[in-house]
Ligand binder design. Structure first.
Ligand code: AMP
Length: 215
């Protein structure tokens, strides 16, 4: 199965993707994660992407589509793919069609996480992750049970994304509205879009996604 999780920054795409990975052994293909890894490693892609990401703008279509193609090539044909943060433009949506077709895959579902944008700034600016295992937390909504210690791996170091600040978040939202939201109709005409209330409790969102996948 190949699915896209679509929604503005902070809608919960990453969290839900991680849950699908744990439950179904699918693979999460997050272009944001791939780009952050490239920035950290100082690769040519990372060097090109760093400043663009810090501004909250979109990295070039060619770069992210190449990352997605390479990642799919590194997976077994039997593994399902969850596209998280890709495609983000009409050009990327077209590339994804060719990328999937060339690999004998097809898109089964596009799941739109519907959220109230006003709530997203608080969600995003409060989030942090364990530096060792990547588990996600939030200053208000999901603190570690013991302050300073990761519930999952016991790690003591946490990190925040440099682009999770209020100013950059506003640019990221504007990019979503202008460039990403317009790709929904492309998938709607194919009859593969399902809308989920992304403001619901995280477990309810997961249950709603599971119900769509079981259809
Ligand atoms: P994310 O982790 O999905 O919020 O992505 C973080 C940042 O990486 C975005 O604000 C963009 O600068 C860049 N990025 C991630 N995915 C894409 C994409 N599909 N197209 C263009 N830029 C992307």
């Amino acid at each position: 199965m190949n699915i896209i999780l679509l929604g503005p920054p902070g809608a919960g795409k990453g969290t839900q993707a991680q849950r699908l990975v744990e439950k179904h052994g699918m693979r999460q293909l997050s272009t944001g994660d791939m780009l952050r890894a490239a920035v950290k490693a100082g690769t040519p892609t990372g060097l090109e992407a760093k400043a663009v990401m810090e501004r909250g703008e979109l990295v070039s279509d060619a770069i992210v589509s190449a990352l997605i193609g390479d990642e799919l090539d590194s997976m077994g044909a039997e593994s399902g793919a969850i596209f998280d943060g890709y495609p983000r433009t009409e050009a990327q949506a077209e590339s994804l069609d060719s990328i999937l077709e060339a690999r004998g895959r097809k898109l089964d579902h596009v799941i739109e996480l519907d959220v109230n944008e006003d709530a997203l700034v608080e969600r995003i600016t409060g989030r942090f992750t364990c530096a060792s295992c990547g588990k996600g937390y939030h200053d208000t909504f999901e603190k570690p049970q013991v302050e300073g210690t990761c519930d999952k791996c016991g790690g003591h170091e946490f990190k925040r994304r440099p682009d999770d600040n209020a100013e950059t978040v506003r640019t990221r939202m504007a990019e979503y509205r202008a460039k990403t939201a317009p790709i929904l109709p492309v998938y709607e005409v194919r009859g593969i879009v399902s809308k989920v209330d992304g403001m619901a409790d995280m477990d309810e969102v997961t249950a709603a996604i599971e119900a769509i996948l079981a259809k």
